[in-house]
Design a protein around this ligand. Sequence first.
Ligand code: PRT
Ligand code: MG
Length: 211
Amino acid sequence: MISIALSKGRILEEAAPLLASVGLAPREDPERSRKLVIATRRRDVRLIVVRASDAPTYVQYGAADLGIAGRDVLVEHGGAGLYQPLDLGIANCRMVVAVRRGFDYANAVRQGARLRVATKYVQTTRAHFAAKGVHVDLIRLYGSMELAPIVGLADAIVDLVSSGKTLKANHLVAVEDILPVSARLIVNPAALKAKRDRLQPLIDAFAKATR
Ligand code: PRT
Ligand code: MG
């Protein structure tokens, strides 16, 4: 059996046409089913439905052979024990620093002010500001980061932006890009060795479907 870990919502939605074109359309709609293990058109391949941020963990430990995960999640995870052969070009967005409109971020940085930054991307955020030589107090949140500057929990947030509508609706502006994000195919290297005859053709099929 080959298992592919992926999350419902954005990733599944955008991966669905790819899955279909490599012959792995799910046999029932994962968005509607309560099942966490879902059969596909191929009897030897199943989907495992996980939280977006958990996909690398399942693949790293070999509980899934393949997975689909955003670059945001992969950078935060660190990528240990993962082979990342393919950018799928889906679920595109940017990871940015954002502040309340009117907050003079450039000036705060120039003055060497200690910034309070709220995010769920703690590792990535720490590395970003360390590289800039900016001192930050990190506040770990699990979602809705946009709220933090509004209620005075933080001076800045690190979050993902696609259309920019969420920032705008909450009177925030992006002041710095951290990284461009898209979803990647991830592979467990030991599984690739053991099942190369079946995994390599699948990886190749994804590559072809992505082009
Ligand atoms: O919900 P859960 O905590 O399990 O995880 P999750 O919220 O990370 O999952 P999900 O399904 O929301 O996102 C999965 C992946 O989609 C992320 O890891 C990214 O790689 C990718 N992705 C692409 C995005 C976005 N675009 C995106 N815009 N993930 C989240 N957003 C959010 C963003 O955080 C912000 O709140 O959408 C809002 C901004 O959108 P705009 O269009 O208003 O700018
Ligand atoms: Mg979400």
